[in-house]
Design a protein around this ligand. Sequence first.
Ligand code: FAD
Length: 359
Amino acid sequence: MINTDICIVGAGPGGALLSLLLAKKGVTVTLLEQHHDIAKEFRGEHLNEEGEKVLKKHGLYSKIEKLGLLKMEVIEYWENGKLFKTVQPEKKDGHLGIHVPQAHLLSVLIDEAKKYPSFTLMTNTKVIDLIKDKHGHFSGIKARRKGKELTITSSFIIGADGRYSTIRKKAGIETTVVKHGYDLLWARIPSPKNWKPSIKMAQIDGYQLSLFTQAKGFIQIGWNINEGSFSEIRKQSFEVFIEKLIQAFPDLEENVRKHITSWNDFVLLDVHSNRTNQWIKDNILLIGDACHTMTPTGAFGLNSSLKDADALAQCIEPGTIKDLDLNNCVQQRKKEVQKLQELQIEKEKNFVTQFVILD
Ligand SMILES: Cc1cc2nc3c(=O)[nH]c(=O)nc-3n(C[C@H](O)[C@H](O)[C@H](O)COP(=O)(O)OP(=O)(O)OC[C@H]3O[C@@H](n4cnc5c(N)ncnc54)[C@H](O)[C@@H]3O)c2cc1C
């Protein structure tokens, strides 16, 4: 039996940053993560200017930079192998987004948090239920760790446990899932030498894909497929896909053939977003994907989780945990997130109009 002021479930970007910021203030916080390796979940890794600002504000950016990140120098639009439009960064920004390997981001957040005695991290700890006290208030969580069940009591519980949030479900908080008509297949290959750090949006014979250069010499390829179509697509040869890719980007041929050798080299992202009106219930708060999963468009997901953590940390002080009122704080974030979710739908509708048919 463990007791803590605040129990945060999920050591993704949102949960890890919030834990650090609270521990720094002297709040006793216990962070629970189901995996042994905190960087195990596959996530979005593109930082936009908002996420960058949050990390800089807390003196974390330079520490992550030391471990390695990559600034995007150009966005390119390609139609059937021909480049027809480029977007250059504004001089004041110097880049168009930053690739930050999640292991670098999370290890800096966790290592910083470990400097504070009020922080405890428990990995290998999967939360399976919420517990209530005799007055019906949520008073803690039940988790499974190394085959044993354990109970953690806590004055406040924060669900930062991602898109399929157990805390959201167990608290009985309703969410509306919005499908966007497509799913994504991700694959990763080493990048050829001299490949400029870039985001490439491409249409190839009606297929839509995006290529993101990554730190440490990789390219992440995202392939839009019709919603729910992967099981049918898998019955065909994956070669059709890679031939299209090679046709449009011949420089990639060697690495594509070497590193994409079956459908198993693709990871499927079931694309959806969700809207959750209630972020707070009793002494439970949801942040990040747990209350506002986003689609990958615009790389808002990761950045919104960091912003939630930053905003919420400002509203929580040691000594106030038992009577926390986070409503104002949450209302502001809700408005910002709602705007982004509307913007995503707009951007997705307009994706095709970015392309002109070339002679
Ligand atoms: C395959 C994939 C690709 C993506 N691509 C992009 C992209 O290109 N751009 C973009 O902006 N966003 C992308 N996203 C979304 C982005 O990764 C998320 O918005 C962001 O990671 C949300 O951060 P979070 O901290 O809220 O939740 P998460 O990063 O999901 O972290 C939640 C954490 O909670 C842990 N957890 C879950 N359940 C439990 C439990 N019961 N007990 C204990 N721990 C638990 C998980 O292991 C995880 O570590 C992608 C997501 C996925 C899954």
